[in-house]
Design a protein around this ligand. Structure first.
Ligand SMILES: [Zn+2]
Length: 376
């Protein structure tokens, strides 16, 4: 459900659509044949790489998992890079269940919206590869959160697969461009403009969108497990995580920032998320971005703060020492683009995949994969 923000912004919009227009366009045979190359992992030197089935007809296995398509083994300095080559549409079968899980038939529109979003992301990576700006000459996508988590055949689920098939060849576009279409687990009530979460400019289709259900006090994503959350950090635990993580986001002294005396949200973004969070410690005062504060205010086990949509309550002992902080917030993830639990809520309310996508990505349309990509 997460994707590196830097990648999302770096590749926000690539490629061109031809003059062809209309949401009713169906995938061509060429679109069905469009292939992707997914890097699964590296087999260290001295170990046996997986068997390559030259026919490409049978499922192939790597690290205990089965995959469609075929493998290509690329020799690298680190060992044998295993690349799964398969049709884009088959790849998506192994992506969708890991993003949204298997959902009941009544939530099919959410699966279809997610399928189009995941396909759009993959297509932007393919376009980057074709333009010589890809991750590598040997593959188009990584099978990890750095791109989209891909689990092969073993993760496929019937309703998710039906949603991929029903939307075959369709991507999300803004004007002539295919867009990356970022998504997150739950927005907590309102999505964030891209600039609220990441450095860089805003795109017109990545704006704040309310998830409030009209005529009610409820939200489409209030069914999410972490729509509302609370995290408490004791003074010692807070000192531990600030000591460990603050230096990645602020210039702290070599000996560390020292004991934390206060944490407060200094300013908020338009959607109400923490914009700047101030950490006052024994050795200084440090202001960091709200989204970065998620990486500082971790549990001691390393788990990120669920979102930047939070408030802080600081408890201090009689002698002025910080004893604990209580963080209360809403939503899970960066908040930009499609709210996955909101999409589920909207599907339950009868909205279709196009309506869901056009709500979370204002001004976009659903259309075919650019024909330029289909010419080999
Ligand atoms: Zn939401």
């Amino acid at each position: 459900m997460r994707r590196a923000a830097a990648i999302a912004l770096a590749a926000l919009a690539l490629g061109c659509f031809p003059a062809r227009r209309g949401d009713d366009a169906r995938p061509t045979a060429a679109a069905a044949r469009l292939g992707v190359r997914v890097a699964l992992g590296v087999v260290p030197r001295g170990q046996q790489p997986p068997r390559v089935d030259p026919s490409g007809d049978a499922a192939v296995s790597f690290a205990g998992r089965r995959y469609r398509g075929r493998f290509r083994i690329v020799a690298t300095d680190a060992g044998s890079l295993v690349v799964n080559e398969l049709p884009l549409e088959d790849y998506l079968l192994g992506v969708l269940p890991l993003e949204l899980g298997e959902r009941p038939a009544a939530e099919r529109a959410a699966l279809e919206a997610q399928a189009i979003a995941a396909r759009s992301f993959a297509v932007t990576r393919l376009l980057a590869s074709r333009a010589g700006r890809g991750r590598s000459a040997d593959f188009d996508l990584l099978a990890t959160v750095a791109d989209q988590v891909y689990g092969g055949m073993d993760v496929e689920r019937p309703n998710a697969s039906a949603a991929v098939r029903a939307t075959a060849g369709l991507v999300l576009r803004y004007g002539d461009r295919v867009i990356v279409a970022p998504y997150h687990s739950s927005c907590g009530g309102e999505t964030a403009a891209a600039s609220e979460a990441w450095s860089g400019g805003d795109e017109p289709y990545l704006q704040r969108v309310s998830d409030k259900i009209p005529g009610s006090e409820r939200y489409y994503c209030d069914i999410a497990p972490r729509f509302a959350w609370e995290r408490t950090l004791s003074g010692p635990d807070l000192n531990t995580v600030v000591q460990r993580y603050l230096r990645s986001y602020a210039a702290v002294p070599r000996e560390g920032p020292g004991a934390v005396r206060a944490v407060r949200v200094v300013s908020r973004t338009a959607s109400g998320r923490a914009n700047v969070v101030e950490f006052r410690t024994a050795r200084g005062t440090y202001d960091i971005r709200g989204n970065d504060a998620r990486s500082v205010l971790r549990t001691t086990g390393g788990e990120l703060l669920p979102s930047s949509y939070f408030s802080v309550e600081v408890e201090v002992s009689r002698d002025g020492e910080l004893t604990r902080i209580v963080l209360r917030g809403n939503g899970y993830g960066h908040g930009v683009g499609l709210c996955q639990w909101g999409a589920i809520g909207r599907a339950r309310a009868g909205q279709g995949a196009r309506a869901i996508l056009q709500t979370y990505f204002p001004g976009t349309t659903v259309g075919p994969i650019p024909s330029a990509l289909l010419v080999q």
